[in-house]
Design a protein around this ligand. Structure first.
Ligand code: HEC
Length: 106
């Protein structure tokens, strides 16, 4: 009895961990919302812009490169998409936090 309860707990634990990978951590979500990223991007589905997992699959960026692209997008990287507006008013530390999180996505 005890053992089966433990099994259930372990299975539930694994399920919530794998779900957490595509879930946006609350502090990052706040930044994405504040800086309007979520209007055009989702983690794993195409919206106006490419899904963040798609970005990492295709490009394998370093955080610094993503920060650069937030300030100065390069639409040539994404054929078939409208050009992303340059978001020069995103604070640098926030851009870096977002960028670091994007690089953790698979
Ligand atoms: C108005 C819609 C819009 C908003 C707002 C927006 N994006 Fe984008 N984003 C796009 C589109 C469209 C593309 C693909 C075309 C391009 O890169 O210009 C893109 C591309 C990207 C790329 C890939 C860049 C590359 O060249 O490979 C990253 C990373 C990205 N966006 C991150 C962000 C982040 C972070 C924010 C918020 C700070 C944000 N975007 C806000 C529409 C948007």
């Amino acid at each position: 009895m005890k053992k089966s309860l433990l099994t259930v707990a372990v299975v539930l634990g694994i399920a919530s961990v794998s779900k957490a990978q595509t879930k946006i951590p609350p502090d990052i979500e706040k930044l994405l919302q504040k800086n309007t990223c979520l209007a055009c991007h989702k983690v794993d589905t195409r919206l106006v812009g490419p899904a963040y997992v798609e970005v990492m699959k295709k490009k394998k960026y370093k955080p610094e490169q993503i920060v650069e692209l937030i300030y100065k997008p390069n639409p040539k990287n994404w054929e078939g998409y409208p050009p992303m507006a340059a978001l020069s008013n995103v604070p640098k530390d926030e851009a870096l936090k977002i960028a670091k999180w994007i690089t953790t996505l698979k």
